[in-house]
Design a protein around this ligand. Structure first.
Ligand SMILES: [Zn+2]
Length: 666
């Protein structure tokens, strides 16, 4: 038994080492690369071992060599085998086509009713399989006849047969790979949009190395023992390095966890990364008190997918009386930019305070699990003495089970998908809190999702105007939730009123630049968001200086009466002085950087920077320059006429991109 298992064990270890070496490239040092291979081996060795054993067991059962030998006729050709392989090949193709096309049709007929699709799909698949079974023998005989005729003609000129089993299998394999590629490239990808295929490379490398070792095992009987022992020793070494790394080099472990898909998966599953974080004391990032500064209550409301130019403070069409009123009595930032165009990249940058390309973490579901070494603004305020609470939509981002880490620092956490209900819960919690007044100030963060789901339950819009109306309606319901929350403070005297900040994580395409939704480009439709701040000591005013929501962390800490954090762990700057009119707005100042980060559904590779009035977008291949004041919809790219500005903006963008290599940790 052990003897039979030996080649599988060696091949599995070699495959894991191959995939690990592929993932470990660029880790920085040899130990990091070895640890990457070790972590990856923890999941790859068992998987590859099972795969190898299963395939070898099937091969042993089928005895393909004997079978092929039986089918070989005089002259070395096997026309019957060719017929059956051709039938199998075309049958598989027909079956795949029938199920794919069937599902596609069901989707079109039923507007994707999951139950109908689920019941009908097996019927289609079984029906197609039975039909293929019925025609398989006649089909195989037909192909056999064709193969026989072609081969006979070929051999008539004295050549060797075309139908040696080896040639048949190689031909089937090559055509199979070519066909899969063509289908993927021209049928699947255009329908599904960008898919991160790089995830498949490490497993393919692992499988290829495993197959190679099996092939060598049969051909090199004398080299087996030294080869096997060497591979097993290397595997054991990388595993040992990985285990030691967990305990001795915590930051390397967390880097691998965040950056390396499969080695990171092993760490995610097998070790508790939060334990490393739990050892860090809150005192380490307690902000410094500014003597004499008040510590007001701070309410942060983030409304998902809210683009600025649809809201009343920006002359938008949506009915939002509460936001309108806040804008009328507070500070409105005319040019506030989100750090990215998708929640999982924008929100972490907003509450950690580093640029989106410097946020470390790992994608879980649709969210980003942030590296536990990042400090969140709620933690900073909590360490400063604030009472903290979060009322969040939804579970995928804030549930403790998903462990995104975004809820860290929120001492009281409630999750509720419905914005209005969420606000009601926040309001009753606040009322309850008012019954027992303490002396700690409050930081409350509410995240509402309604505008993200503006297409839900409204049916197909019949025109562009109707589409925009649907979207505006979702903004109105978000505003109603905001209003419900504001009621909790209605009875407070003005000096005890909280500072209220309303903003968004990104906008929505709504057809601009050909994009219906978000996460697809960095034009203003997806990037420019409202930023409205109202409260005691804040006068009604408009700010035309460019700001980024990455500035939010130092600004919140500043508004709370503490010295804003700075250094390598913070990219933003405090704009509290603008909010409180201590400094006049400068339309030529202010930098906002945004990036699309490549991950599961985001093609990445697009970056943008705004400085003063100019905005430069690098779409991966070309640069576009826009005058955000004269051309807010970004219709005319002036990069070829304003070359001097374009090149200085380009240098700025390059610097901001290069900063991604600097560690965002102390
Ligand atoms: Zn979002």
């Amino acid at each position: 038994m052990a003897r039979w298992l030996a080649p599988s064990a060696v091949a599995a270890c070699a495959g894991a080492l191959g995939a690990g070496a592929f993932e470990g490239v660029g880790t920085g040092d040899l130990l990091g690369a070895a640890a990457t291979a070790g972590f990856l081996s923890l999941i790859a060795i068992p998987v590859l071992l099972v795969a190898s054993v299963a395939v070898r067991a099937i091969v042993t059962g089928w005895q393909p060599r004997a079978l092929a030998k039986d089918l070989v006729e005089d002259g070395g050709g096997a026309p019957r085998l060719a017929g059956w392989v051709a039938m199998l090949w075309l049958g598989s193709l027909a079956l795949a086509w029938a199920t794919f096309q069937g599902t596609w049709q069901l989707h079109a007929w039923t507007k994707f009713k999951p139950d109908v699709v689920a019941f009908a799909q097996p019927v289609i698949a079984v029906g197609a399989a039975l039909l293929l079974l019925a025609v398989s023998r006649p089909g195989a005989r037909l192909f056999e006849g064709i193969a026989r005729r072609i081969d006979a003609r070929w051999r008539r000129k004295g050549r060797r047969t075309l139908l040696a089993p080896r040639v048949i299998f190689a031909g089937a394999g090559i055509t199979c790979i070519a066909l899969v590629y063509v289908l993927w490239r021209y049928v699947v990808t255009p329908r599904l949009g960008p898919i991160d295929t790089s995830l498949g490379t490490a497993p393919i490398v692992g499988l290829l190395v495993m197959v190679l070792v099996h092939a060598l095992w049969r051909r090199l009987p004398t080299a087996r023992r030294p080869l096997g022992l060497a591979i097993l020793a290397m595997s054991a070494t990388t595993l040992a390095i990985a285990i030691v790394t967990v305990f001795v080099r915590a930051s390397t472990t967390l880097e691998i966890w965040g950056d390396r898909p499969f080695a990171g998966l092993a760490i995610e599953r097998l070790f508790d990364i939060d334990k490393i974080r739990a050892n860090i004391s809150l005192a380490a990032f307690r902000p410094t008190d500014r003597p004499g500064s008040p510590h007001p209550d701070i309410i942060l409301v983030t409304i998902d997918t809210m683009r600025a130019d649809h809201t009343p403070p920006y002359d938008g069409s949506a009915e939002m009386p509460v936001l309108k009123e806040l804008g009328a009595r507070g500070t409105v930032f005319d040019y506030a930019y989100a750090p990215s165009n998708v929640t999982r990249r924008s929100i972490p940058s907003m509450v950690i305070g580093v640029a989106p390309n410097r946020v470390k973490g790992r994608v879980v579901g649709w969210a980003l699990r942030v590296d536990p070494r990042h400090v969140l603004v709620a933690e900073r305020l909590q360490a400063a003495g604030y009472e903290t609470a979060g009322f969040m939509c939804c579970h995928g981002f804030w549930s403790p089970e998903v462990r995104t880490g975004l809820q860290r620092g929120l001492a009281h956490l409630e999750i509720e998908p419905d914005g209005k209900k969420l606000a009601t819960r926040a309001r009753s919690w606040l009322t309850e809190r008012d019954q027992h007044p303490g002396n700690r100030p409050l930081f409350l963060w509410m995240h509402i999702l309604e505008p993200h789901n503006w297409t839900l339950g409204v049916g197909e819009p019949h025109s562009e105007a109707e589409k925009r109306r649907f979207y505006d309606r979702s903004l109105t319901s978000a505003d109603a939730a905001l209003g419900e929350l504001m009621l909790a403070f209605a009875d407070r005297p003005p000096e005890r009123a909280p500072i209220v900040i309303v903003t968004a994580d990104h906008g929505e395409g709504l057809g601009d630049h050909g994009q219906p939704y978000h996460s697809t480009d960095l034009y203003n439709s997806q990037l420019r968001v409202p930023l409205v701040v109202a409260g005691p000591g804040i006068k009604p005013q408009r700010i035309d200086e460019t700001v980024s929501l990455t500035d939010l962390v130092p600004t919140l800490v500043d508004l709370a009466g503490y010295t804003p954090p700075s250094g390598p762990t913070i990219d933003g700057r405090s704009i509290a002085d603008l909010i409180t009119s201590k400094r006049p707005s400068d339309p030529d100042r202010g930098v906002a950087f945004a990036a699309m980060i490549k991950d599961r559904s985001n093609p990445g590779g697009v970056t943008a920077v705004v400085r003063g009035r100019w905005k430069l977008i690098h779409n991966g291949s070309a640069y576009e320059l826009y005058d955000t004041r004269a051309d807010p919809e970004e219709r005319s790219n002036v990069s070829s006429t304003r070359t001097e500005i374009a090149s200085s903006m380009r240098r700025l963008l390059d610097d901001l991109q290069a900063a991604a290599d600097q560690s965002p940790f102390d």
